[in-house]
Ligand binder design. Structure first.
Ligand code: SF4
Length: 250
């Protein structure tokens, strides 16, 4: 599923409520530093030419056309990883200014895979959002690679964790739980060893909130299993014991 505009919706998001989407990625193809096996935008495809990203001016013009009456949240999401946009910081400032005038009660939220946190401008931009929802699908390198398939093969969980530490807990940690097979390989971030490593990571990072969810729509592989509500609640109980608020979308 690809979005063919800069602004889309509002749509009803199972995790966020009535959400106006902002897509600062290309409209015809996905651009992401991950290639998650559960990605609703599909798998990454090779670029034939340089990706065309919307300019800050184009985002501004697209916002002018929004007529929605009611918006709970303005969400940076769309066709890939929003923080890969070179002007992410300037764009989030534009969206904030617009929100303050048009929808002062709406929250600005960024869904990000946390791979660009080595860039100071991205960290500053994320801090301008009301909510940063940052991904950690496994605290074990091998599983993180199997699920998220980062484009940079040298990426480690430690590197992601170091990026996340910059927010001093002022973020939401998001994790998609799943299991199944991908091209004959077993992938599972719900084993005892996985949950125990993940909980240790949650304890260390101590995010303001945790959001765990299951696959919901069509994924690139039909060999992935949707985890049931009871099992998700059992995972959530570990987080509750740490007194960290958790949202379960299952
Ligand atoms: S980080 Fe998000 S957009 Fe990128 S591949 Fe994963 S699910 Fe898709």
């Amino acid at each position: 599923m690809l979005f063919n505009s800069i602004v889309y919706g509002p749509i009803h998001s199972r995790r966020l409520g009535i959400s106006l989407g902002i897509n600062v990625m290309p409209t015809l193809q996905k651009l992401c530093s991950f290639n998650c096996i559960y990605c609703e935008c599909g798998l990454n495809e090779p670029w034939q030419e340089r990706p065309q990203l919307p300019t800050a001016d184009e985002v501004s013009k697209a916002l002018d056309s929004v007529r929605a009456e009611n918006i709970d949240v303005i969400t940076f999401s769309g066709n890939g990883e929003p923080t890969m946009h070179p002007d992410f910081e300037a764009i989030i400032q534009i969206v904030r200014d617009w929100r303050n005038v048009r929808y002062p009660n709406a929250q600005i939220c960024v869904l990000s895979n946390a791979t660009q946190l080595g860039r100071k401008d991205v960290v500053r931009g994320l801090m301008m959002a009301d909510k940063r929802i940052l991904k950690l699908d496994s605290a074990i390198d091998e599983t993180m690679h199997a699920i998220d398939q980062p484009e940079r093969k040298s990426l480690t969980v430690d590197e992601i964790m170091n990026g996340l530490r910059q927010f001093d807990g002022n973020f939401t940690l998001q994790t998609c739980f799943l299991r199944g097979t991908v091209e004959g390989r077993c992938v599972d971030n719900t084993t005892e060893a996985e949950i125990s490593a993940w909980i240790e990571a949650v304890k260390t990072l101590h995010p303001a909130e945790v959001m765990i969810y299951v696959i919901d729509r069509k994924t690139p592989y039909d060999t992935l299993e949707k985890i049931g509500r009871d099992e998700m609640e059992r995972i959530a109980d570990h987080v509750r014991k740490l007194n960290i608020p958790i949202i379960v979308s299952a």
